[in-house]
Write a protein that binds this ligand. Structure first.
Ligand SMILES: Nc1ncnc2c1ncn2[C@@H]1O[C@H](COP(=O)(O)OP(=O)(O)OP(=O)(O)O)[C@@H](O)[C@H]1O
Ligand SMILES: [Mg+2]
Length: 307
């Protein structure tokens, strides 16, 4: 198999939905596409490099790292994209010492209602599948997106509403992480969650870094809009004047502040799709279409909040 190929899901062990060899050119992009407050990317990259480069040596310390980073925050704030970007970024930094394997895990793939099968599968993931993958290259980054599905907070998960396997799954995850740390200190686990309050305390406690990504502030909203319009203008040159209209972009940023990053980035698409005529000729998009789309997004958000 070619080094940079992505293995088809059918041949992957249970729960693993992607295995990539990094660095790879087509993984460039996500890291720079997410705009974060200053210091956030440095802390992420610093913690990741420390674990991947010195995990074995640091394992000797009493306060050894667990090799676990958690990103929490509302939907659409760039958590998954930033993790994907981080994997490529550390792989680039570590490339002189060898390649990095990036493994994606689907925490929903472990059944919670099949007489212990879910927790057993989680155990096998950490005792067999991940160590086997980690043995292939000098560095390994594992992403568990929406980790609250696997790390359910046991103190609030009642046995009446949650099958006993939900509790056992959290136990299996915690002991799996501890085992992985002992056997493969060069593995970094990244987790994301919308609900930090639903994540087990012992899991949170193991994290070397917990970062909360919030809604983008106004300057960030403006930058996202500027980028989104520039990208659209590269495809539809008729949009060039709109993409360079500073006054319009400032006005749109005012209207979009309060929306998450995903909704802001999708504003241009939402405006293009607002009329069939525009959809067939998006180069005719005007500032008025964009303002109307921004107001519609705000109204939808207000309605969702009032429900
Ligand atoms: N701070 C940001 N800067 C630039 N773009 C952003 C930002 N936040 C979100 N986006 C845009 O939103 C898209 C969606 O982000 P992503 O899927 O990573 O969010 P998420 O936090 O994982 O959401 P969810 O919790 O719903 O899974 C990104 O690809 C990006 O285009
Ligand atoms: Mg996500």
């Amino acid at each position: 198999m070619a080094l940079n190929a992505t293995r088809p899901a059918a041949t992957l062990p249970p729960g693993i939905i992607g295995v990539h060899a990094l660095p790879a050119d087509h993984h460039d992009g996500p890291w720079d596409s997410i705009i974060t407050p200053s210091g956030v990317k440095d802390r992420l990259l610093g913690t990741a490099l420390l674990v991947l480069r010195h995990g074995r040596a640091l394992g000797e310390l009493n306060g050894a790292p667990h090799g676990l980073i958690l990103l929490s925050g509302p939907p659409g704030t760039g958590k998954t994209t930033l993790c994907q970007g981080l994997a490529q970024k550390v792989a680039l930094a570590l490339a002189p010492r060898g390649a990095t394997t990036f493994v994606e895990i689907d925490p929903h793939a472990f059944p919670s209602d099949m007489l212990g099968e879910g927790p057993r599968a989680i155990g096998r993931l950490f005792s067999d599948s991940l160590p086997e993958l980690a043995a292939r290259r000098p560095h390994t980054v594992v992403l568990v997106d929406e980790i609250e599905a696997m790390a359910v907070r046991r103190s609030t998960a009642s046995f009446e509403t949650n099958p006993v396997d939900v509790h056992r799954a959290t136990d299996a995850l915690l002991s799996g992480l501890d085992l992985l740390r002992r056997t493969c200190p060069q593995v970094l686990v990244l987790g994301t969650t919308n609900f930090a309050a639903a994540v087990d305390e012992a899991f949170l406690d193991r994290a070397d870094l917990v970062l909360r990504l919030g809604l983008p502030d106004r300057p960030t909203v403006e930058r996202i809009l500027r980028e989104a319009l520039a990208e659209a203008a590269a495809v539809f040159p008729g949009l060039l004047a709109v993409a360079l209209d500073d006054e319009l972009i400032a006005d749109l940023a005012d209207r979009c502040t309060g929306l998450d990053g995903r909704r802001v980035r999708k504003l241009v698409l939402a405006a293009m799709g607002s009329h069939p005529e525009l959809a067939s000729d998006p180069g005719r998009l005007t500032g008025e279409h964009l303002r109307a789309a921004a107001d519609a997004e705000r109204a939808a958000l207000a309605e969702a909040r009032s429900r």
